[in-house]
Design a protein around this ligand. Structure first.
Ligand code: DX5
Ligand code: ZN
Length: 219
């Protein structure tokens, strides 16, 4: 089965955001990955509601919003209003994760949980049935263009086993340093969704790069 592709708009040209979103509309991308950074949970600030709304105004693909922020509960409704179809909160930022997941589902969005590279997948064991998508970080969140962390492969396999053991239908999304080189092995380990920022937007032909990622098959 071919992977779902979620290009990260973080690597796009923000001065031409409409053009970039239209390129994604015309591509084989399945989602538009939207990275929200608050300068507290991560050491970087990206953008917030007005830019997310602007992206959504032109987008024909669902927005997959990755919240790298503290106190995400305070902003779920606002991001849903801004057009988020998937809302991922960080495990490390949620004291009452089960409650947060219920709140996201209650808004009619898909509930996602992002986990940092140091967070074991086993910590999701008791909430996996409530999670539509796990956004597994394969870099430390905060910046695009970082190097993929190799330990991710074994985390994917362990998460896949956990999902199957619990009879859940959770999708596994990989975020950070994804390229055509590591994509086949990510799929083989059990990944369903690939986020790609710099690999897509820094390429000669982003449309063609998305097509190539979409065409990746199991090794
Ligand atoms: C990192 C973000 C990623 C990032 C991916 O904090 O969550 O989504 O945009 O960018 P690349 O694909 O360049 O690693
Ligand atoms: Zn992300």
């Amino acid at each position: 089965m071919s992977p779902l592709i979620a290009p990260s708009i973080l690597a796009a040209d923000f001065a031409n955001i409409q053009k970039e979103v239209e390129m994604l509309n015309a591509s084989q991308a399945d989602y538009i990955h939207v990275d929200i950074m608050d300068g507290v949970f991560v050491p970087n600030i990206s953008f917030g509601f007005p830019v997310t709304e602007a992206i959504n105004r032109h987008a024909k693909k669902p927005l997959d919003v990755h919240l790298m922020i503290v106190n995400p509960d305070n902003y779920l409704q606002a991001f849903r209003n801004a057009g988020a179809e998937v809302i991922s909160v960080h495990y490390e930022a949620c004291t009452h994760l089960h409650r947060t997941l219920q709140a996201i589902s209650g808004l009619g969005a898909k509930a996602g949980v992002a986990i940092n590279p140091h967070t074991p997948v086993e910590l999701l064991s008791d909430v996996i049935q409530n999670i539509d998508m796990v956004c597994m970080m394969s870099v430390n969140p905060g910046f695009g263009g970082q190097k993929f962390i190799e330990n991710t492969y074994s985390k994917i396999s362990r998460l896949k086993d956990l999902i199957l053991a619990k009879g859940a239908s959770t999708k596994i999304e990989i975020d950070g340093g994804v390229t055509l080189q590591n994509a086949p092995q990510l799929l083989a380990a059990g990944a369903d969704v690939l986020v790609a920022g710099s690999f897509v937007f820094n390429s000669q032909d982003p449309l063609d790069t998305i097509r190539e990622l979409k065409a990746v098959t199991l090794v």
